[in-house]
Design a protein around this ligand. Structure first.
Ligand code: SAM
Ligand code: SF4
Length: 324
């Protein structure tokens, strides 16, 4: 098992397969994807070698992310490769859902176990304002299709922002009365590119937590290996709520994930100062032991915590770079 000096174990890999995105989310890529870096993303063979090495080091869950992972034409093959790797128990994906409706059955057949779909408003016009795309109705149909296909873990990611959707908190709760999804409110994070947007729009996760508790929601006791999200349930609601509060004390203590960029750089933290190149060790099957050794060694440098509270965002200009 990959483990750092603080005893944190890493059984979960977030694998970015592209940093290209077709949406223009106000907090992430407000001017759209800028084609100013290499687009030679990890090939299926490189991904196969990478996932095999991680799996032998104890990784059991892979989350495919991006940019927008569904823009890759070989996504279905990538899902199959991850799923067929011995030791990998769960293949998840985070998507903006733009082609969910058309593709979810293909992805499920390929072995996708869990899906997170970002939906930043339940009002079509606000959704369009935030993302630049009039796609909400299709995405909601895609979610229903995923549910009908029997996908056993469906989550919706939402970033609440003062100027856009914070007033829709109650509307989201109402939606959960009859929809058995887990809705995850992700607290807006500052990145290199969004400082003034962050200052104008940040909604504290702690304030959402207090609102939930005052409205009869209860905290789910989760074990330490479950990761940093806090979960809440309510007997009158079919759905659950997760809060991802990166600014809360102790958020990093339960960190159980590592990140790989679409160019093959290992990121020990979302807000790290630098990525560690692993791509040179992904060129041949025979390099597996060297790759495993390099991964073990890299873990020695994992810092106890990010420094977001102090406004230090490392090299992360926006989360499309590394997949959130
Ligand atoms: N494009 C896909 C999507 O939007 O679901 C996957 C990549 S996106 C970077 C992953 C998650 O990060 C999304 O749920 C998005 O809302 C979240 N995210 C992006 N920028 C963020 C920020 N500055 N603060 C908090 N969450 C952010
Ligand atoms: Fe694209 Fe996801 Fe960033 Fe939105 S949050 S711009 S969908 S990468």
């Amino acid at each position: 098992m990959l483990q750092d000096k603080l005893g944190r174990q890493f059984h979960y890999l977030r694998l970015s397969i592209t940093d290209v995105c077709n949406f223009k989310c106000t907090y992430c890529l407000p001017d759209g994807y800028q084609c100013d870096t290499s687009r030679e993303f990890l090939s299926v063979d490189e991904i196969r070698r990478l996932v095999a090495a991680f799996a032998e080091l104890g990784t059991s869950k892979i989350r495919i992310t991006g940019g927008e992972p569904a823009l890759r034409k070989d996504l279905t093959e990538i899902i199959k490769v991850c799923k067929s790797t011995p030791g990998i128990k769960q293949v998840a994906m985070t998507t903006n859902g733009f082609n969910l409706e058309n593709k979810v059955s293909e992805w499920t057949q390929a072995g996708l176990d869990a899906l997170n779909v970002s939906i930043d408003s339940l009002k079509p016009e606000v959704f369009k304002l935030i993302t630049g795309h009039d796609k909400l109705t299709s995405i909601l149909r895609g979610l229903a299709k995923a549910e009908a296909l029997g996908l056993n873990s469906i989550k919706v990611n939402t970033v609440l922002m003062q100027q856009y959707n914070a007033s829709q908190f109650d509307e989201y709760l109402n939606w959960l009365k009859t929809n058995a999804y887990t809705l995850r409110f992700i607290e807006l994070m500052q990145t290199g590119d969004n400082l003034s947007f962050f200052e104008q729009n940040h909604v504290s996760g702690e304030s959402l937590k207090q609102k939930l508790l005052s409205q009869g929601w209860s905290s789910v006791i989760r074990d330490k290996a479950a990761g940093p999200a806090q979960e809440f349930y309510h007997p009158d609601y079919a759905g659950k709520i997760g809060l991802i509060m990166p600014y809360s004390k102790d958020f990093c203590a339960s960190c159980n994930r590592l990140r790989m960029s679409a160019l093959g750089q290992l990121h020990l933290c979302l807000f790290t100062e630098h990525g560690i190149d692993m791509r040179t060790l992904l060129q041949q099957d025979e390099q597996k032991e060297s790759l495993k050794q390099a991964l073990r060694l890299a873990l020695a440098d994992k810092t106890p915590s990010h420094l977001l509270q102090q406004g230090e965002t490392g090299i992360t200009q926006h989360l499309a770079m590394i997949g959130g």
